[in-house]
Ligand binder design. Structure first.
Ligand SMILES: NC(=O)c1ccc[n+]([C@@H]2O[C@H](COP(=O)([O-])OP(=O)(O)OC[C@H]3O[C@@H](n4cnc5c(N)ncnc54)[C@H](O)[C@@H]3O)[C@@H](O)[C@H]2O)c1
Length: 266
């Protein structure tokens, strides 16, 4: 159902790869809510080809950019502002990658070159995107910037490895940059801490299927799906949440506040 929540709003969505991606679901919902947006992902992921389907379906243009490259981000924002003939209202950062996890390296045996690359992709890219938007004066007043995180930033999930540290850093960037955006432009910045859901990034995590089941049994409302996450993010892009900023917002069916459930005990 559409509520026209984003009518007239424009934005950039980072990180839609295939139909399971959280960013893909956000793009579909944003389109239903009458937003216009640019889709972006790495040049290599564009070669996989699926994202063209999404751009066609949502009548959006596609601009490749590696979110760790300031040069790519400058081009992305220049083309976006040119395309819309003015500023934008929302940004979604839905990007993560741990090379250490992909290579099966556990937390005590991290490779530091992989650590640096994963941190650049998963956390620093959020700062770079916001810095580029800041320098280009790209955001309208009362705009909204959202990144997606996971509770492993605060609690230990052993197979989440160095991604836990990236997520802590991502949440810290959110608070720090959120302060400056708020003062300067009344723009809000938040992270959504999402339940596990099966996507390409998630499949790289050892024991992910068991984690998904356990999390579902612990959460009083059950896991929040990627579709639920998209719905929530739409509210954060809308004018209904203008005074929410610098927060890490749990969207996890109650997982974050539950110690153990009766289902788990029995
Ligand atoms: N799926 C889950 O269980 C879950 C739970 C909590 C949080 N998250 C977070 O949600 C976000 C989206 O992940 P997803 O689960 O939809 O997986 P996904 O694999 O569909 O999305 C990850 C995206 O990051 C992109 N990416 C990687 N390197 C990039 C770079 N250098 N520049 C630009 N883009 C790059 C990939 O191309 C891909 O589109 C991530 O931040 C992830 O950590 C996922």
């Amino acid at each position: 159902m559409s509520y026209n929540l984003l009518k007239g709003k424009k934005g950039i969505i980072f990180g839609a790869l295939d139909e399971n991606s959280i960013a893909w679901k956000v793009a579909e919902r944003a389109y239903e809510e009458k937003a216009s947006f640019v889709l972006t992902n790495t040049p290599i992921s564009l070669r996989i080809g699926k994202i063209y389907e999404l751009s066609h379906k949502t009548k959006s243009i596609l601009i490749p950019a590696d979110a760790t490259s300031i040069q790519d981000l400058n081009i992305l924002f220049e083309k976006t502002l040119d395309h819309f003939g003015g500023k934008i209202d929302f940004l979604l950062h839905s990007i993560a990658m741990s090379i250490n996890i992909r290579k099966g390296l556990t937390y005590p045996s991290l490779n530091y070159e992989f650590l640096r690359k994963g941190w650049e992709i998963s956390a620093v890219s959020f700062h770079k995107i916001m810095q580029t938007a800041w320098n280009k004066k790209a955001m309208n007043k009362w705009g909204s910037i959202v990144a997606i995180t996971y509770i492993a930033s605060q609690r230990i999930f052993p197979h989440y490895g160095d991604m836990s540290d990236y997520k802590s850093y991502l949440e810290s960037i959110t608070r720090n940059f959120g302060y400056h955006w708020g003062i300067k432009e009344k723009v809000r910045v938040n992270t959504v801490s999402q339940s596990p859901s099966i996507t390409r990034a998630a499949k790289a995590i050892k024991g992910f299927d068991q984690l998904l089941t356990l999390s579902d049994k612990i959460s009083p409302l059950g896991n929040a799906s990627a579709q639920d996450c998209a719905n929530y993010i739409i509210t954060l892009f809308s004018d209904l949440t203008r005074k929410v900023t610098m927060q890490n917002l749990y969207h996890d069916g109650g997982f974050s506040h539950t110690g153990i459930s009766e289902t788990m005990i029995s």
